[in-house]
Design a protein. Structure first.
Length: 255
């Protein structure tokens, strides 16, 4: 209806109608600046040779719009553009040209068409010998996993799905920041203190809880979701002794 009204207002001039829609989109953007765009889609994709991958998040206000095929299609066009052009960051992506306009302007234009606040909120580029994407059902969660060598695609997908399901904080224990380690130790000490443990045992108990944290929260030490009798590290070594995870990215609209 908005498009029809814009055509009527412009007396059938298509270019003027587009400009009216764009101006309306900017008006909606200004009006809804304080609205929360907490819904949307998270999409990830790798190049044909899996040497790099990209991930984007396009937010909207309602789940109804997030599931709309035109909205998902628009997000997919941005994703494909990012895959083609490999911008270095989000701001560079917004400046790229999509259908003769910048991506930022196209987002505003879509706001005029859809009638909700939209926000291109996140972008990531990952490069490695092999990069594998995974998009969880519903487009609310996606991951990119970078491996140090080419392997069967399913292996990379298994690890990408592991990252999606188990939300690790780092690849391995040595990749966990000192700040996070100290915070986990302090949590362990406080828990033990509240349980009435002797003060001279708190550090030892905290260290034990830290080891449990490493096991549950670092990717290579987690139980492999497809076979809990082995760790992710063991699964990779069974594929190839030299196979390693270089990095991973995970983005979720729900947590």
């Amino acid at each position: 209806m908005d498009c029809k009204k814009a055509l009527e207002e412009s007396n059938g001039d298509f270019e003027k109608a587009i400009e009216i829609i764009r101006k309306k989109g900017q008006a909606i953007a200004n009006k809804r600046a304080d609205r929360e765009a907490g819904e949307g889609v998270v999409l990830a994709k790798a190049s044909g040779d899996n040497s790099y991958g990209v991930m984007i998040t396009l937010n909207c206000e309602t789940d109804f719009v997030a599931k709309n095929k035109d909205f998902v299609g628009f997000a997919s066009k941005i994703l494909d553009l990012a895959l083609q052009k490999k911008p270095s960051d989000l701001e560079e992506l917004k400046k790229l040209t999509l259908d003769s306009k910048t991506v930022a302007d196209k987002v505003v234009e879509q706001m005029g068409i859809i009638g909700e606040k939209l926000d291109l909120a996140y972008y990531e580029l990952v490069e490695a010998p092999m990069v594998v994407p995974y998009i969880h059902h519903g487009n609310k969660l996606a991951t990119l996993v970078a491996l140090n060598m080419k392997v069967e695609l399913q292996v990379g997908k298994d690890v990408a799905m592991q990252v999606a399901a188990m939300n690790p904080v780092a690849v391995d224990r040595e990749d966990v920041s000192a700040e996070t380690i100290e915070k986990e130790k302090e949590i362990g000490r406080e828990q033990a203190r509240r349980e009435g443990k002797p003060e001279n045992m708190l550090d030892r108990i905290a260290e034990g809880k830290l080891q449990k944290f490493f096991k549950e929260s670092t990717l290579l030490n987690q139980d492999f979701t497809k076979d809990s009798k082995k760790t992710v590290r063991q699964y990779l070594q069974e594929t190839n002794k030299q196979l390693a995870v270089v990095s991973f990215k995970r983005y979720s609209l729900t947590n």
